[in-house]
Design a protein around this ligand. Structure first.
Ligand code: GLN
Length: 247
């Protein structure tokens, strides 16, 4: 009888430990991803369908598929993403988020999935700054809480204007109310393409890598995310080699 109780207790306790976020998501039937949708081509609103699409959204869809659930996308201000994750409003962050030591203190990052860096965008008729130091005395727009914000805030004498959406930052640049926008290279290219009056004036000024963020305790979800990323990186050739030569 006593042995039976001990075994029963062990089963209940291990069940409690094993019933992590992955089980919760599966039971719920959908995965909630948090993003900030003014960051093409990673996440942006499709003009025709009004849906949030992009590279990160496709990755998130693969994660949902691996879990066998639907995908729900929440558009949140960038500086609200980590707080939303920690208060369990979302299950993970897929928002071209740079892996930084500061952020890694509060969330767990997946393996890196994209290499990035900051650039300066200006109007074509303006000066052509090549380094952050050349922005001293100028008004520079960034998105609040991003690595772009961090980089320009380090340089004394730059007047940093912080926006929650890049669309607002670029409107200010077009209108001449700010002198430059600092942001990641790929979205900078996308905005310049949409606005022929703008140009990228610098090279890539920082070295960054994006990761998908989950809560520290959600190790089971992190494992799923990393497996999905690893599988996405495999070429059809790699898959064939694995099929015929492993074991
Ligand atoms: N990669 C930058 C960061 O992590 C910007 C990301 C974004 O604005 N979506 O801060």
């Amino acid at each position: 009888m006593r042995k039976f109780l001990v075994i029963l207790l062990a089963v209940i306790i291990s069940g409690m430990i094993l019933a992590g976020i992955v089980d919760e998501i599966k039971k719920r039937g959908y995965l909630v991803v948090g993003t900030e949708a003014t960051f093409p081509p990673f996440e942006f609103v499709d003009e025709k369908t009004k849906e949030i699409v992009g590279f990160d959204i496709d990755i998130a869809r693969e994660i949902a598929k691996a879990l066998g659930v639907k995908l729900k996308v929440e558009d949140i201000a960038f500086d609200g993403l980590i707080p939303s994750l920690l208060t369990k409003k979302i299950d993970l962050i897929a928002a071209a988020m740079t892996i930084t030591p500061e952020r890694a203190k509060v969330v767990s990052f997946s393996d890196p999935y994209f290499t990035a860096g900051q650039v300066i965008v200006v109007r074509k008729d303006s000066f052509m700054p090549k380094a952050f130091e050349e922005l001293v005395g100028k008004k520079v727009a960034v998105q609040l809480g991003t690595t772009g914000d961090l980089e320009v805030s380090k340089v004394e004498g730059i007047e940093v204007v912080r926006f929650t959406r890049y669309t607002e930052a670029f409107l200010e640049l077009q209108n001449g109310r700010v002198d430059a926008v600092v942001l990641d290279f790929a979205p900078a290219q996308a905005y310049v393409k949409m606005n022929p009056g703008l140009v990228i004036s610098s090279g890539i000024l920082s070295q960054e890598e994006y990761g998908i963020a989950v809560r520290k305790e959600d190790k089971d979800l992190l494992e799923v995310v990393n497996t999905v990323l690893r599988n996405l990186k495999k070429s059809p050739y790699d898959i064939l080699v694995e099929k015929w030569f492993s074991k």
